[in-house]
Design a binder for this molecule. Structure first.
Ligand SMILES: Cc1cc2nc3c(=O)[nH]c(=O)nc-3n(C[C@H](O)[C@H](O)[C@H](O)COP(=O)(O)OP(=O)(O)OC[C@H]3O[C@@H](n4cnc5c(N)ncnc54)[C@H](O)[C@@H]3O)c2cc1C
Length: 460
């Protein structure tokens, strides 16, 4: 329990308006996108790096667990408070500290909204490439902690590939700087890449130096319909084998297509469509038609029903809005979505999709699969009713078998959502004991008292 005295010391440090302790306020910070609820002892709002240092030092002295939080849009309980913890919310640390178009660099605090970074970059002909579907409201601190990514990752990579350096506070209040401002770097250990994806368990990030890339002059899209999942997966393999890298290659199965009908993403699909690929190409104005022609050639094959192209900007926006709505749209199938975010090598994608179909049928659970097929990353949603004990038991068995199938195919538990509190019990299936032990030792070096986001990422 947070004592009144300690609450008062946080209030003296940050100002009383930056410390919440009333039950109604705490409830707003008690969950993320997972269906769980655990109110913290308090919510603290630092406004600068120095505030974070002081918060951590005070918390360390009192062995007070900290749950870092950005926008709370995570799917795995990363920002879900652990009992007895205080939430450190980065929403007030939302300044762009520097924008250097010539150096293609932006330095930001962790509370800046992801799409705002991209918007500012575009004002100078650049872009911030990572594009999670939640970009309109998630914050860069959350993206860094989860190594977030979106459709563009197939061509441009994930958050980790766009972070040059970080400033951070370790679990005992030490302050570090990692990385550099350059796109080449061979000095010391690469702590930047280690901290990205560490889910707030190793350090609190207070500043990030981001790499920007030139914004493409032109983007073109294809919507491609297939008669079966197998045909669509074969086409994905052909696309990723040829030299033109698409700037998006997204897969939707039959249930996903049904879910987005009301968002206008499934208008005019040919009869018999069982799978849809959304494909994009970007680059220099004159080069995009050449890329599209190469992609169309690779997409053609058995089971192809139709390739649609020549979308207007408005139509394109509608298609992508529908695709981005899928996470929410599937909830009409059943109220509870158990979201797996598995990833396999692209050539094994067809086997994964077959396994998903078979598992859904055997366990009698509606499974909806869609996602970033060009990276081999599919969101597999088990749609269930929390009050149906039998269905929940079948879903648990189905989930375990899904994870086992993914690992057999040479894949991994998470492509972009991370592990949080929801998937950590599966980690022992993916890593051998020595690898897990090394991860625990690393955690102890960065956070000797174990106060940073306990109960996340690693199994007990
Ligand atoms: C509709 C929808 C669509 C989505 N689409 C995508 C997608 O396309 N791609 C994708 O990758 N994800 C997606 N997500 C998941 C989610 O948006 C991402 O995981 C995102 O990165 C979380 O950002 P956030 O600001 O909400 O962070 P939060 O959920 O608040 O926190 C995420 C993690 O970051 C840690 N953290 C936050 N700030 C800091 C900090 N300063 N220092 C250290 N740790 C910190 C938290 O403790 C937590 O572990 C989607 C979610 C929704 C609801």
């Amino acid at each position: 329990m947070l004592s009144a005295e300690l609450a008062a010391r946080f209030a003296a440090l940050l100002g009383p308006e930056r410390v919440l302790t009333a039950a109604d306020d705490l409830a707003l910070y008690a969950s993320d996108e997972t269906p769980r609820f655990c109110p913290p002892e308090a919510v603290l709002f630092p406004t600068c790096h120095e505030d974070v240092v002081e918060i951590v030092r005070l918390a360390a002295r009192h062995r007070l667990p900290i749950t870092p939080r950005a926008a709370g849009s995570g799917n795995v309980g990363g920002a879900l408070p652990t009992p007895g913890s205080v939430v450190v919310s980065f929403e007030c640390m939302n300044r762009v500290l520097e924008f250097d178009p010539d150096g293609r660099v932006m330095v930001v605090e962790p509370g800046v909204v992801t799409d705002d970074i991209d918007r500012l970059a575009r004002s100078a002909g650049l872009m911030y490439a990572p594009d999670p579907g939640s970009g309109a409201y998630c914050r860069i601190g959350g993206n860094l902690a989860m190594n977030a990514a979106g459709p563009r990752a197939v061509k441009y990579g994930a958050t980790r590939d766009h972070v040059l350096g970080l400033r951070a506070v370790l679990g005992d209040g030490r302050e570090i700087r990692a990385g550099a401002r350059t796109t080449k770097y061979a000095t010391g250990y690469d702590l930047t890449r280690l901290l990205v994806g560490s889910e707030g368990t190793l350090a609190l990030v207070t500043e990030a130096t981001l790499r920007l890339v030139p914004a493409p002059e032109r983007i073109a899209n294809l919507r491609v319909c297939y008669a079966s999942n197998r045909a669509a997966c074969a086409a994905i393999g052909r696309v990723m084998r040829q030299p033109v890298v698409p700037s998006a290659l997204e897969f939707m199965d039959r249930r996903s297509i049904d879910a987005i009908r009301e968002y206008g993403g499934a208008e005019g699909l040919p009869e018999g469509t069982r799978a849809v690929l959304m494909v994009a190409a970007d680059g220099a104005h004159d080069d995009v038609p050449r890329q599209i022609a190469a992609l169309e050639a690779a997409l053609a094959g058995d089971g192809l029903l139709e390739v649609q192209s020549g979308f207007t900007a408005e139509e394109m926006a509608r298609l992508w809005t529908a695709r981005k709505s899928l996470s929410m749209a599937v909830k009409k199938i059943a109220p509870l979505k158990i979201n797996e975010d598995v990833v396999v090598p692209v050539p094994r994608l067809g086997e994964l999709v077959e396994a998903i179909d078979a598992l859904g049928e055997r366990h009698r659970i509606p499974l909806v699969a869609f996602g970033h097929a060009g990276n081999g990353n599919l969101h597999v949603n088990l749609m269930v009713h929390a009050d149906d004990a039998d269905e929940m038991a079948r879903a648990r068995a189905c989930r375990l078998e899904l994870v086992q199938a993914v690992l057999r195919l040479g894949g991994s538990l998470s492509g972009e959502h991370g592990i949080g509190s929801e998937k950590r019990h599966f980690l022992g299936l993916e890593f051998d004991p020595d690898t897990l032990a090394l991860m625990r030792e690393l955690k102890a070096v960065f956070d000797p008292l174990g106060i940073l986001n306990p109960g996340k990422k690693l199994p007990d």
